[in-house]
Design a protein around this ligand. Sequence first.
Ligand code: SF4
Ligand code: SF4
Length: 287
Amino acid sequence: MIIAIASGKGGTGKTTVAAALVKVWDRPVQAVDLDVEEPNLALYLKPELTGREISMMEIPLADQDKCTACGACSEICQFKAISVLGEYILTFPEMCHGCGGCLAVCPEGALSPDTRELGEVLWGWAGEIDFLMGRLRVGEAMSPPLMRAAKKRLDSSRDVIIDAPPGVSCPAVNAVKDTDVIVLVTEPTPFGFYDLKLAREAFTPIGAPMGVVINRTGIGDKGVYDYCHATGLPILLEIPYDRQVAEAYSRGEVIVDALPEYQNMFLELSSRIRDLADRRMKEARYA
Ligand code: SF4
Ligand code: SF4
């Protein structure tokens, strides 16, 4: 079973929830940080890292001497990563998505494959927890290929809990696709409501059941609750606004370790997540 912990925006407590859930998960589990632009899960789980792989992406290298400036490469490139200026061919590696289209269409063999470093994939252990993360190189913007490299190392013999990037853009959709359950972490404020709505709409086509964790209850208003009830989004857990939680978080501690009274709450969350996944499997079987 693969579970994504996502949120429509940053700062809602997504990593707090992911770390606590991993800690109470009572089956073999792999914790995966796919928030590759700002991976924080390791700060809480404190894994011992045992492996590292540099992730590279293929980009075109132009040979001016062979190029006839025909323009076929710039016409096919959707990302404006290669263009012809007069007789010169210019490449913009940071905009290249590595599709290989330009290399395929060049009639002169003027383009050859080169590589660019995207970042790194790291793995190790936090006690019994199998840990995996991607970390984007500083200044690099192309996170989906690095996330794909990290996803190749998902362990299918374990349940996988993914800390996804915040937001609803391409990286977030990449992280939550192919998952069995998507947990949306939000807060009961107008901002939380707006971003929850966006996240639900963006992730609905993926087809995985979704549930909501409302963090910092007691602040804000009823908008998030009304939306969940109106759309049938199950509320899986409510975490009260608690100064002790914020303090544990700022010390880099996992809530369920710092405040054992939260353990049952997260155990309950894990069983509700499994119920959602089981219901989906049953529906698929009888479809
Ligand atoms: S590999 Fe694809 S994205 Fe990169 S420059 Fe060529 S056509 Fe554009
Ligand atoms: S397709 Fe090849 S020959 Fe044509 S402009 Fe691009 S690099 Fe030059």
